[in-house]
Design a binder for this molecule. Structure first.
Ligand SMILES: NC(=O)c1ccc[n+]([C@@H]2O[C@H](COP(=O)([O-])OP(=O)(O)OC[C@H]3O[C@@H](n4cnc5c(N)ncnc54)[C@H](O)[C@@H]3O)[C@@H](O)[C@H]2O)c1
Length: 247
């Protein structure tokens, strides 16, 4: 394989697709071998690339990943909002091809993931856990994939079953908050690229960890870095912490 990684972007006309194309134009380590959006066929061009980068739609990823497996191409998946069934279908392909799946490709957010785990471990069960995210008005899925990763980390540290613990917003006479709850709140408006805050609230003090993305460039550059990394890996499931060497 040459040192230049050949990429195909699915969802190329979207906000992230455009950010990826702009990032790729400035990155001598990658070459755009193809761009696909709705109505265009990946199958006829997939053999031109080393890796597909998917930022399309939660409905599209499973078929795109299956095509990658059939053609032995690596895949980087940034799309979020998949159903449990689609997620299972995608993840079973890890036996066949190397894949990076990350709800967020920014170095800052991956640091936030690390800090969230540490803070939850240090602060312990006296602190109530709430996650707040805000995104632009066009975002289709809620809560964000990043917020979901954050509550998964919190549930893992607290040894809570997420299905039972998660409280999406609150309305009406919901009763007192229990220690076993993890609150999740999705705000939507304007052109916000992506804000995430994890709140640890106890009697007498509160810790808040916040990340704010002001440009999609950070996600695009992270995904391009993941693409260059994943083509050198064995079949398997990897995340951005693997790519950044944080494990
Ligand atoms: N992981 C991350 O770091 C990260 C960052 C930002 C956004 N996202 C996620 O990436 C996805 C795209 O976000 P966006 O803001 O660019 O959305 P967008 O709506 O601007 O773009 C999505 C594009 O995909 C295209 N598309 C839909 N179905 C397709 C198909 N079957 N084949 C090819 N293209 C198809 C759409 O026409 C559109 O152009 C969302 O799921 C979003 O949550 C992830």
């Amino acid at each position: 394989m040459s040192s230049v990684t050949k990429i195909i972007i699915t969802g190329a006309k979207g906000r992230m697709g455009q950010a990826l194309l702009a990032g790729a134009a400035k990155n001598p380590g990658v070459e755009v071998a193809g761009q696909i959006d709705v109505g265009e066929e990946l199958k006829s061009i997939i053999d031109r690339c080393d890796v597909v980068i998917d930022f399309s739609s939660h409905n599209a990823t499973a078929a795109i990943a299956a095509l990658c497996a059939a053609h032995k191409k690596a895949i980087v998946i940034g799309t979020t909002g998949h159903s449990e069934a689609a997620k299972a279908e995608i993840l079973k392909l890890k036996a066949q091809i190397p894949m990076v799946v990350a709800t967020n490709f920014s170095t800052g957010v991956n640091t936030l993931f690390w800090l969230t785990r540490k803070a939850a471990e240090i602060l312990g069960p006296d602190f109530d856990l709430e996650v707040v995210e805000m995104h632009h008005r066009m975002k289709k899925d809620a809560p964000s994939g990043t917020a979901t990763t954050l509550v998964e980390i919190l549930a893992d540290v607290r040894k809570l079953q997420l299905k039972q613990s998660l409280r999406h917003g609150r309305e009406g006479i919901v009763g007192e908050r229990t220690a076993a709850e993890i609150g999740m709140h999705s705000l939507r408006g304007g052109d916000v690229v992506g804000d995430h805050t994890v709140i640890f609230a106890a009697n007498g003090e509160r810790v808040e960890l916040t990340h704010k993305a002001s440009s999609r460039e950070t996600f695009a550059n992270g995904a391009l870095r993941a693409a260059q990394w994943v083509v050198k890996q064995k079949p398997g499931l990897y995340d951005m912490q693997d790519v950044l060497g944080l494990k």
